[in-house]
Design a protein around this ligand. Sequence first.
Ligand SMILES: Cc1ncc(COP(=O)(O)O)c(C=O)c1O
Length: 352
Amino acid sequence: MTAHAPETPALVIDERVALANIARFQAHCDAAGLALRPHIKTHKLPLFARAQIAAGACGITVQKIGEAEVMADAGIDDILLTYNILGVDKLARLAAVARRVERFAVVADSAATVDGLGAAFAREDRPLTVLVECDTGAGRCGVQTPEAAAGLAARIDTTDGLAFGGLMTYPAPGGQSAVETFMRDAKALIEQAGIACPTITSGGSPDMWKSGGGTVVTEYRAGTYIYNDRSLVAGGACALDDCALTVEATVVSTPTPARAILDAGSKALSSDLLGLTGHGTILGHPDAAVVALSEEHAIVHTAGENEFAIGQRVAIVPNHACVVTNLFDFAWLKGEDGVLRRTDIAARGKLT
Ligand SMILES: Cc1ncc(COP(=O)(O)O)c(C=O)c1O
């Protein structure tokens, strides 16, 4: 606990705002009849995973086995891992973590991934649930056609040790109608083959408020919604006041009246622009632009003169909350009482 301001750069999470964001989007999903499965990549904190489940989430999404291990240790009992897992060492870890979790599922988009999963789970007591990942326009992983999705579903269905769980996609922003068309067609083909397709999971915070209502999608995976960030403000998904995560920094130099230097560079803010101009919004200084970063410095150009003083603290809403979380060993949680409590970011840095 600390009553005084922590050393900068510091990652500060306003718990009141984060909990309000959880409640608001959970209410949206409840009203739309969608299950919500938050992606923990944004916060990487067991305490917020538990808060999301307590608010009504059906479980969580993770991207890495290491993240699943941290969340299993924390007692989370329903986990979807949205990544192709390959290689004997990773498959052994996957089997070990799946044994510890009541409901565990992964995705696959190739016969090679399915066959590896089958070999690793053939002798397990419980089959592993596998969803087919579909590329509905984002151009990342995923089978390319509904026919390919149905073919892979059939392969999962007939592989010992595996159970087909449904379809998964991470769409491009604005991609809901492409998701709808792809998923309806794929589901129909799978059901025609006599295979049930219980879950269709989509996601993404940029389009979260457009989700739901007469859709083939049964489950929504949002991650960034818990903290929000400058990219979601720019996209109209939230207001600046809804941003729970800030990086606190100190003005360390004012080389000219119109330039200030902060002690939060790319090691604290990341270099991720997400298509925006500038590296963050400085709260209370809407016209100051964070024009460039080096590792330990942020260069700020101000509209007027002498806007900042050496030693002054500022709070920055970063472009992309998820990557910033991964850069810090610990965060300061700001409670209702204004007191800061230090918490380790247990699932940060999990590369495997
Ligand atoms: C597979 C998958 N699902 C869900 C999400 C959550 O997306 P967002 O952070 O936009 O809510 C991500 C984010 O990268 C993702 O990769």
